[in-house]
Design a protein around this ligand. Structure first.
Ligand SMILES: [Zn+2]
Length: 324
């Protein structure tokens, strides 16, 4: 069984203790960067409180009926509210349904939990529908709102929750934890760079062959782009990955190129690529062009959820990258 990330453990223990003392607020807003472990924290907290075998601030046993039904997603006191499809909004009907669950269920247990994952996905009407429940929560109910961008939530929601901020761990903490999770110690730095400093994704790259393969594909595509091949082969290469995954890595590569050109130093992401090629690429474009491309790559990421023609999108990017 994998170990709890050490930066989450103190927060979990503190909240479990509060839960045992009956002092858990009715709204807990768990905030922190993507991939820092918000969902893991919420899940392990709820599980610790519902586990039938542990006491104090111990973590859940993973074996009792409560733990097993939680892990199977069928615990009667826990409801997970997610968008119907990844990246889409959580709609008002889904919120009404979930808050109704909070009022109807209740076997008098320690906790009834509604986990909203992510709360950033609540649209305006859905957030409004949640307000009443946060103001007058049914007895024993706690709402956990996970949010990478808590500032985007309505102030009325935020003010009714207690915010728990999961601070990003230091690079030493991450390396120590990842090293304990895998026997591929020599790949820890690479995986963390490839994850763009998201510890949980880094662990996936180290332990799940599909995630590793996806990174290797992306690295190959990006290395190919550095070679300044012709427009059509670059555009075709870009289509071998998904924009949501590739474009943040493209931006990281552009920032690495910029840094190499200006400061003569490779950052951890840049180290995953041949230095000479990266430097040639950077020199051929110059600092201003690189800054523009890095800025532009943000725009490409914003559009990546949109329903654009993939061929057209790739050609636009390949054209911009190729121009010197
Ligand atoms: Zn248990």
């Amino acid at each position: 069984m994998s170990t709890q990330p050490p930066w989450l453990e103190p927060i979990r223990q503190r909240l479990v203790q509060r839960g045992r003392d009956g002092r858990l607020p009715s709204g807990v807003l768990v905030s922190g960067s993507p991939g820092v472990g918000k969902a893991l924290l919420t899940t392990s907290l709820v599980q610790s409180l519902l586990c039938q075998r542990v006491s104090g601030d111990e973590s859940a046993c993973g074996e009792c009926n409560a733990c097993r039904s939680l892990e199977g997603g069928v615990h009667p006191e826990v409801r997970l509210l997610e968008p119907a499809e990844p990246g889409k909004d959580i709609l008002v009907d889904a919120v009404r349904d979930a808050t109704e669950f909070l009022t109807l269920s209740g076997s008098g247990g320690a906790l009834r939990a509604l986990i909203i994952r992510p709360a950033d996905a609540l649209n305006v009407n859905a957030a409004n529908a949640l307000l009443k429940t946060l103001e007058e929560p049914p007895a024993g109910a706690t709402l956990f709102l996970e949010a990478a961008r808590p500032a985007s939530l309505p102030a009325t929601i935020r003010s009714r929750c207690q915010q728990v901020d999961v601070v990003s761990p230091s690079i030493e903490q991450v390396h120590e934890w990842l090293a304990a999770e895998t026997d591929q110690h020599e790949r820890v730095a690479e995986a963390y760079a490839a994850s763009l400093n998201r510890p949980l994704l880094a662990r996936e790259i180290l332990t799940d062959s599909a995630a590793l393969e996806a990174w290797e594909t992306d690295r190959q595509i990006l290395t190919g782009l550095l070679n300044a091949a012709d427009l059509h082969s670059s555009a075709a290469a870009l289509q071998r990955s998904v924009p949501e995954r590739l474009l943040p890595r493209l931006q990281a590569l552009l920032l690495s190129a910029q840094r190499l050109l200006l400061a003569g130093q490779l950052d951890a992401f840049g180290e995953q690529f041949p230095r000479d090629r990266l430097l040639d690429f950077a020199r051929a474009r110059g600092a201003r062009r690189l800054a523009w491309l890095a800025q532009q790559s943000l725009e490409w990421q914003r559009q990546s959820g949109a329903n654009l023609n993939p061929a057209l999108r790739s050609e636009t990017i390949a054209l911009a990258l190729g121009r010197r």
